[in-house]
Design a protein around this ligand. Structure first.
Ligand code: UDX
Ligand code: ADP
Length: 466
């Protein structure tokens, strides 16, 4: 069958998947390209309703204002996926690709069922040529599977599959989308592939300098995304590994990171020791990389990257063991306040947040847990639902800490830096402890107030006789 439209309509864009990536990215494209019509669809009707309401489904600084400017003008949110596919020739796919929980590759490989379902849905509903763009992070060669599914029926429609991974970080998504370090677009190195790629370059070139838009072959593009995240996570695991050594040697990890980071070959970013990295990407992407390496028989390479994830788990368990040792080898019956549940500041997202692990371990040790967070309490309730033990949720940090034996700082929210710790100390059980999993508090000041203070990778400050 020859299609009624065999030229791609470049001004209508669809995005399948209205999550942390799809929503903000499409809002930015709509804002920067007012002559394009951008539609975002999702199977989750509640999520779409929220995108169409005053209460957006995700918290991201600057997102509300951005969406308010473009929604109803040239940005639309809808549940009509089939109609969206029919009416749009440029289709971004940003559905979730979580780690598989079952069968071959469980715990390691990406679960591609949502992705494949989307590919089939695109095929079934297409009546014109399409450019399909992978936005979700995917294992290398996923585009090939996508191409094979899309081209499985000789219906005269051509599909070009591109890779355009998103590098935005949550909490700074709007800034990152507006000023990205680079835009990466991978395609087949064929005439058609290059032409499809150019239609996407045209979109980004509206606000991003050309020299920051790089085009590559499609496999390099897919792999670059995994490798970028693996390198970032590796820096955190490296400094976290050193934090353990600092705690044994009276070195201070912040001073070490500063000295090391001033080497311009190394750079200062992503060297903040912490209770561990979280977020939907780092662990998942590294495990993906590890799985890929094992698949190709590269055991040593797989082990190398696996160790980045292992150190992250070690750092979280070490945090619990430090709490336990400091608090006289038992946490049972003690009330512990968790400051911050989001995986990082300025987001309500809790996916893979170290706070989940810490809260669960504290409950296993029969501690009572009070959780405070300015944006993530709804997600915290979901993450910890069904957990046995005493669990309380309080948005107000003063209320949360009152009567507690210890505070564990899990998220680097600014508000925790400026609280009245004298007031907090007065209302806590004594001796009072602070375990600063983000090294954001003024440790000397907290110590002077009366707290026993345990930072990451620095000598502890305690009022106990040694
Ligand atoms: C990451 C990548 O940065 C982004 O490019 C990619 O698109 C998605 O994955 P994100 O997970 O949103 O973004 O946040 P990021 O700022 O990278 O932080 C990840 C985790 O590392 C957080 O838990 C953060 O608190 C932690 N972190 C970060 C540290 O513990 N120390 C640091 O020095 C930096
Ligand atoms: P990310 O952080 O990568 O954006 P999210 O989980 O926030 O991931 O968003 C992915 C979105 O994709 C979710 O809103 C989910 O409902 C949606 N989704 C998953 N499968 C499909 C599908 N087959 N069709 C449409 N949307 C889908």
């Amino acid at each position: 069958m020859k299609t009624n439209r065999d030229v791609v309509n470049k001004k209508n864009i669809l995005c399948i998947g209205a999550g942390y990536v799809g929503g903000p990215t499409m809002a930015m494209i709509a804002a920067k390209c007012p002559d394009y019509r951008v539609t975002v669809v999702d199977i989750n009707t509640q999520r779409i309703a929220a995108w169409n309401s005053a209460n957006l489904p995700i918290y991201e600084p600057g997102l509300d204002e951005l969406v308010r400017t473009v929604r109803g003008r040239n940005l639309f949110f809808s549940t009509d996926i089939d109609g969206g596919i029919r009416d749009n020739d440029i289709i971004f796919v940003s559905v979730n690709t979580p780690t598989k929980t079952f069968g071959a590759g469980a715990g390691m490989a990406a679960d591609l069922q949502y992705w494949e379902k989307t590919a089939r849905q695109i095929l079934e509903n297409s009546i014109s040529n399409k450019v399909v763009i992978e936005k979700s992070t995917l294992p290398v060669k996923t585009a090939l599977a996508m191409e094979r599914i899309l081209n499985s029926q000789p219906n005269g429609i051509s599909f070009d599959v591109l890779s355009n991974p998103e590098f935005l970080a949550e909490g700074s998504a709007i800034h990152d989308l507006e000023n990205p370090d680079r835009i990466l677009i991978g395609s087949r190195e064929t005439e058609r592939g290059r032409s499809a790629r150019n239609s996407i370059v045209e979109i980004y070139a509206r606000w991003i300098p050309r020299d920051r838009i790089i085009t590559t072959n499609i496999w390099s593009s897919e792999l670059s995304k995994l490798v970028s995240n693996a390198f970032l996570a590796q820096r955190i695991s490296s400094i976290n590994a050193i934090s353990a050594l600092c705690e044994k040697t009276e070195a201070d990890v912040t001073e070490v990171a500063r000295a090391v980071g001033m080497d311009s070959r190394i750079g200062a970013k992503f060297l903040n020791a912490s209770v561990g990295f979280g977020g939907s990407c780092f662990k998942k992407d590294i495990l993906n990389l590890v799985y890929l390496c094992r698949f190709y028989g590269l055991e040593e390479v797989a082990d190398y990257w696996d160790s980045v994830v292992n150190i992250n788990a070690y750092q979280q368990e070490r945090f619990i063991m430090n709490m336990m040792t400091a608090m006289f080898n038992t946490l049972a019956g003690k009330r512990i306040c968790i400051f911050g549940f989001a995986f990082k500041a300025n987001t309500g997202d809790t996916r893979e947040s170290p706070a989940i692990f810490i809260a669960k371990r504290l409950l296993e040790e029969h501690a009572e847990v009070v959780i405070s967070d300015p944006k993530a309490l709804d997600n915290a309730r979901i993450d910890l639902s069904g957990r046995a033990g005493v669990l309380d949720y309080r948005e107000d940090p003063y209320e949360a800490a009152a009567g507690c034996h210890a505070i564990a700082v899990m998220t680097e929210w600014d508000i925790y830096r400026t609280l009245d710790y004298e007031r907090i100390y007065r209302e806590m059980a004594k001796p009072a402890f602070i375990f600063d999993g983000r090294n954001i508090l003024d440790h000397a000041a907290c110590f002077r107030i009366g707290f026993n203070v345990y930072p990451i990778g620095k000598p502890s400050l305690t009022h106990f006789e040694s």
